[in-house]
Write a protein that binds this ligand. Structure first.
Ligand code: PEP
Ligand code: CO
Length: 446
């Protein structure tokens, strides 16, 4: 790694970046961020890498989820607690179905920068720079709000730190109520043909929790402590570079802005700045893989990012869409298998299944999402490889952004509570139901 430095990416072309007009301000922000304490630690990162290696071998399962784009306004106790709650519920349901430990990873505490398919947005004849996430500019449609400001990165770092502080506190002692029926509200599924099965799953989970407590003699607080990891797209390289450091008694550099950054679809160019930055950090990293990926490109990425073929280092998050998964995923898997590169396969059934309604609203269908997850599981079963996890855009609140599921949201409901700043998310009922259906299938296959 002799020719790598946290800033060596500057010599390459970085896709999806903004130009900050005030260089001096940018440097001041980067210096300040580099001086402040890190958000995560190297030992947490190494522990996660170990869990991901297990998931790649089929001994654990990864549940990754959260907002498409976190927003500064949503950095509130209700929103954070609700997200943690739904991820915890889903994870318990998946543990129950798969009998494998579940590694919980949020798209949280730093998911503040977004790639966009167009640089500009036009409304009523006015054209302004696209919104690129709260770390970069603001969603309001005025010139001032769309101007990129380096200070927003510092605000984002602070929001990430506040979010993480609350998550750590909740994960350590909170969620006392898992055994109580009120914690599990299944009213959305009353009329579903699966209602009885959902009730049985929750009953079994609650019983297992009290049984474990009784036989282990452990204090409830010990049982409640949960492990939780953070992830975000490592899109803004200024933000990532500023938080990349050496740590005592370990080799190499760690990106301490998050445990598990990923390279997005739009920034995975082999000769690009993102691959240059990511190749030098010790974190486990993920790569989003869409249907445009070729064999040469993918193997090039794996060689560049994991030359020592370390298990747990690379996750491939495929997001090809329900229409293409059956045809395309087997190709992806066979390229990687032939090259004998160890990877963890995670299915993102969201980003290949986005559509726009006749009213111009961006949405996704529950059935398409479920279809892609199930088809991916079938592909891996057939090929003798491991589907090691799932990746969802979701929220703990009952928004109306995706259609379908037992609560029956249809196109007409979307306007009722549509809040996302970028992509549509599963709401908490849809997310819990999705976990139930994946878990039921896992149980049948056990
Ligand atoms: C995302 O995860 O929000 C995203 C933009 O994904 P992709 O890079 O796969 O399109
Ligand atoms: Co998204």
């Amino acid at each position: 790694m002799s020719n790598w430095r946290p800033d060596s990416w500057h010599e390459k072309t970085a896709a999806q970046q903004v130009t900050y007009p005030d260089e001096a301000k940018l440097r001041a922000v980067a210096t300040e961020m580099g001086r402040l304490p890190p958000l995560v630690t190297s030992w947490e990162i190494e522990a996660l890498k170990g869990h991901l290696a297990k998931a790649a071998r089929g001994e654990a399962f990864v549940l990754q989820g959260g907002d498409c784009a976190e927003s500064f306004d949503d950095c509130s106790s209700e929103s954070i607690a609700a997200k943690l709650k739904i991820l915890l519920q889903m994870s318990l349901v998946l543990v129950h179905g798969s009998r494998r430990p579940v590694v919980r990873v949020g798209r949280i505490a730093g998911q503040y920068a977004k790639p966009r398919s167009t640089d500009y947005e036009t409304r009523d004849g006015v054209t302004l720079p696209a919104y690129r996430g709260d770390n970069v500019n603001r969603p309001g449609f005025t010139e001032a709000e769309r101007r990129p400001e380096p200070e927003l990165m510092l605000r984002g770092y602070e929001r990430a730190s506040l979010t993480l502080n609350f998550i750590r506190a909740l994960a350590d002692g909170g969620f006392a109520d898992m055994e109580h029926p009120e914690y599990w509200d299944l009213s959305f599924a009353k009329t579903s043909r699966h209602a009885g099965e959902y009730e049985r799953i929750v009953g079994a989970i609650r019983e297992s929790l009290s049984f474990t407590r009784a036989v282990s003699g452990l204090d409830l607080a010990d049982l409640r402590r949960i492990e939780f990891f953070t992830s975000h797209e490592g899109l803004s390289l200024h933000y990532e570079e500023a938080q990349t450091r050496r740590v005592p008694r370990r080799e190499g550099w760690y990106d301490l802005s998050t445990h598990y950054p990923w390279i997005g679809m739009r920034t995975a160019q082999l000769d690009g700045a993102h691959v240059e930055f990511f190749r030098g950090i010790q974190n486990p990293i993920a790569i989003k893989v869409g249907a445009a990926m070729t064999e040469e490109w993918l193997l090039g990425l794996l060689e560049a990012l994991n030359p020592h073929r370390e298990l747990g280092r690379i996750t491939l998050i495929h997001r090809v869409g329900a229409d293409k998964v059956t045809e395309y995923l087997p190709k992806l898997v066979s390229w990687v298998e032939r090259a004998k590169h160890p990877v963890l396969w995670v299915c993102d059934p969201m980003h290949g299944n986005t559509e726009t309604t006749a009213d111009g609203i961006k949405t996704r269908r529950f059935d398409r999402i479920l279809f892609e997850v199930e088809a991916a599981l079938d592909v891996h079963n057939k090929m003798g490889t491991v589907q090691g996890g799932v990746h969802f855009e979701l929220t703990g609140e009952n928004v109306t952004e995706c259609m379908g599921g037992a609560s029956g949201i249809d196109a007409g409901d979307l306007k009722r509570d549509y809040r996302t700043k970028v992509d549509p998310r599963l709401n908490c009922d849809q997310a819990l139901e999705m976990a139930m259906l994946i878990a039921s299938r896992a149980r049948r296959q056990r």
